[in-house]
Design a protein around this ligand. Structure first.
Ligand code: ZN
Length: 238
């Protein structure tokens, strides 16, 4: 473990074109639960799995239940960036890191000071009317009891990619561009089991592919360096 961290530190010091790809594990150490992790509590409290409630068709069919879930599970008050967010912002500032690609929707990278953040799944910090597309502040949704309505009568929704919805093509192609040019790709806090993460890393052409994750991933065989552990703890040692 120590040896791997030393190697990671060395590679970072040698690189000036790092790209970071992060999943839910980057946020869990800031107290944001991975809503996909199904526990007993879920089954007691919700009639459907999160993938169903957070889908496009469910949002249209039952916005009340969607927002009951959203308000309880996705509106997180007082979450702060952790050591991983802060270190990544520092690396960008130092001109070493070019972009962060994230599957998280919590805006914590920006809160830590990062500028080039590609949010593959959108952000809960932006909202808009699903009917007329008028933008609304996130606080309008967060503070609303029940279903937030636009002045036009439409339902206001978060600017996040729901299940059944496609990813933003512009963000995807920019992500591919960053990854294909990177000399070092660090992937953290994701099991790499789901699209688009699994597909995106195939665009990487370098020889410094680093996986930082607590458990094994299907991509372990392709990695040049594997660091096992919580990403905040690992980054706090860099
Ligand atoms: Zn509207």
């Amino acid at each position: 473990m120590e040896e791997n961290i030393r190697k990671l530190r060395q590679w970072i010091s040698e690189s000036d074109n790092i790209v970071f790809f992060g999943g839910a594990g980057v946020s869990t150490e800031s107290g944001i639960p991975d809503f996909r992790s199904v526990d007993g509590l879920y089954n007691q409290k919700w009639a459907y799995p999160p993938e169903t409630i957070l889908s496009h068709s469910f949002f249209e069919r039952d916005p009340e239940e969607f927002y009951r879930f959203y308000h309880e599970k996705l509106v997180i008050h007082g979450a702060e960036p952790n050591a991983a967010h802060r270190k990544l912002a520092e690396l960008e500032q130092a001109g070493k890191l070019k972009a962060i690609l994230t599957q998280n929707i919590d805006g914590l990278h920006q809160a830590a000071g990062s500028k080039e953040v590609l949010e593959l799944h959108g952000s809960t910090h932006r909202c808009y009317c699903a009917s007329c597309y008028k933008p609304w502040p996130a606080s309008y949704i967060n503070d609303c009891k029940g279903v937030p309505r636009c002045t036009c009568g439409g339902v206001v929704r978060p600017d996040v990619v729901l299940y059944e919805e496609s990813l933003d093509q512009d963000i995807l192609s920019r992500s591919v561009k960053y990854i294909s040019r990177a000399d070092m790709l660090i992937i953290g806090g994701t099991s790499l089991a789901v699209y688009p993460a699994a597909g995106l890393i195939h665009y990487y052409q370098g020889h410094k592919l680093v996986l930082v994750n607590r458990g094994a991933t299907p991509q372990d065989g392709n990695a040049d360096l594997i660091v096992r552990g919580n990403i905040g703890q690992v980054f706090s040692q860099l």
